[in-house]
Design a protein around this ligand. Structure first.
Ligand SMILES: [Zn+2]
Length: 443
């Protein structure tokens, strides 16, 4: 087995923060935020913000949350972490956050950074023929051309996500006989170029089936590279076998100490069988609990209410998460039921503009907004809770209104938003005005 890359991307992320803070300060400071008279400390990788709006509690009337209390603070960041939070000092020599709301930065937990038209000329999706297998044939034709510029396009896409407040993504990356390992290598280059400002975890994704095209040797090689999850797609439709494909996926994950994140679009009996079989395998191998995900899992939206509850309860108990783009239209996912059974629900843009879809905005805050609209999360309290879909389940206030983020020692992964509170940010999809990645100012 050839070792394709000699360093670990994550080690790089870990070690680079301190050394690079100074560097990012010189080129990256937000035009938006820097008032003309502000100066800032960079010694020892230190950043200080004044006029930072933080949520401090809920306002109640007859037991109902009717508003969110906030205050202004001075926030210090050192060595990539939040080091001090003190009452505001409007005249301090510090970066002026101008009263903008400080939120945990956003996380896009399902995207294909390796496979996009973004950054190139506009191209709508084409008429689909022969379902997912037809798309595989199309990809086999187009991938060699796409791969020529996939590093640059991935970097452009990362910049779009950053502009919408995300500094982390879980990206699926094609592993199949057409791309072999090239899509992964190209994406790793892009992530290496962005390592000071963006974090990622990768899913080795057999888009063309594990066995339908023989992706097995490439998946085995990829599993030994710097990836975090073994992926998959519609085992029954593509490979014609549920158990065989899931068994392979589970074994590969176990052998290499990875998680699992499979695409499942199938909505009929095969979809349900796949979900139930994966639940069974995870229960047999508890090490996979908490690191197994099903992306889309449309079948949940097609089940009767009782069955929905039953499957959601099992997913919660086996700690299998659901990555959903929050679909609208003919299929509505039972997201509230998933939350009811403590299923870890995450979201992502999936496609921004490519041969699969063209409607991605790059914003996961917009996904939280969509969820709030779809499921009637309209009150101050429920809107404020909806933010967790964008932040990967981190919320400034807990359900009782006690401050739980940021805490001293938290990684300085921060989005500043022009909003008065989380509820407003979700309802209005408020603009992101600055982003900080582990103490580095991204923009
Ligand atoms: Zn996908």
């Amino acid at each position: 087995m050839k070792k394709w890359n000699t360093f670990s991307r994550k080690d790089f992320l870990k070690n680079s923060t301190l050394a690079l803070t100074g560097l990012s300060m010189t080129k990256g400071l937000s035009q938006n935020m820097m008032s003309s008279d502000s100066t800032f400390q960079v010694l020892g990788g230190k950043l200080t913000y004044k006029n930072v709006r933080l949520e401090t509690g809920f306002e109640y009337e007859e037991g109902e949350v009717i508003g969110t209390k906030t205050d202004l603070f001075l926030v210090e960041i050192e060595n990539g972490k939040i080091s001090k939070i003190t009452p505001n000092q409007p005249h301090a020599k510090a970066i002026d956050a101008k009263g903008h709301l400080m939120l945990p930065s956003f996380r896009d937990m399902h995207i294909h950074l390796d496979k996009t038209f973004y950054g190139d000329k506009w191209q709508a999706t084409r008429k689909r023929t022969n379902g997912v297998k037809g798309m595989i044939t199309l990809e086999q034709k187009m991938l060699p051309e796409l791969l020529k510029t996939s590093t640059q396009k991935a970097e452009k896409l990362i910049e779009l996500l950053q502009s919408k407040g995300s500094n982390f993504a879980r990206s699926h990356v094609n592993i199949e006989p057409t791309s072999k390992l090239q899509s992964l290598i190209n994406l790793q280059k892009a992530l290496e170029n962005k390592k000071n400002t963006f974090g990622a975890e990768l899913v080795a994704f057999p888009q063309h089936g594990v066995f339908y095209t023989d992706s097995v040797p490439f998946l085995k090689d990829a599993a030994q590279m710097d990836i975090d999850f073994i992926g998959g797609v519609d085992p029954y439709t593509i490979d014609g076998a549920i158990e065989k494909t899931i068994d392979f996926t589970v074994q590969l994950a176990l052998d290499n100490n990875k998680g699992i994140d499979i695409h499942l679009h199938e909505s009929g009996e095969s979809g349900l069988k796949t979900v139930e079989y994966l639940i069974q395998k995870v229960n047999e191998n508890p090490v996979l609990k908490g690191k197994t995900f099903i992306s889309h899992c449309f079948v949940l939206g097609k089940l009767e209410k009782n069955k929905q509850e039953e499957v959601a309860e099992k997913l919660g108990a086996s700690q299998i998460g659901i990555a959903s783009t929050i679909p609208i239209g003919s299929l509505i996912m039972p997201i509230p039921t998933l939350y009811k059974y403590q299923v870890n629900v995450v979201t992502g843009n999936d496609s921004i503009v490519d041969h699969w879809n063209t409607y991605g905005t790059g914003s996961v805050l917009q996904k939280a907004n969509l969820m709030a609209q779809l499921y009637g999360y309209n009150t101050e309290f429920l809107l404020s809770r909806s933010l967790k879909l964008a932040t990967g389940n981190i919320l400034p206030l807990n359900d009782q209104g006690q401050q739980q983020w940021p805490k001293i020692g938290d990684k300085a992964n921060i989005a500043f938003v022009d909003a008065s509170c989380s509820a407003e940010a979700v309802a209005r999809v408020s603009p992101v005005t600055s982003l900080v990645f582990e103490g580095n100012v991204v923009y």
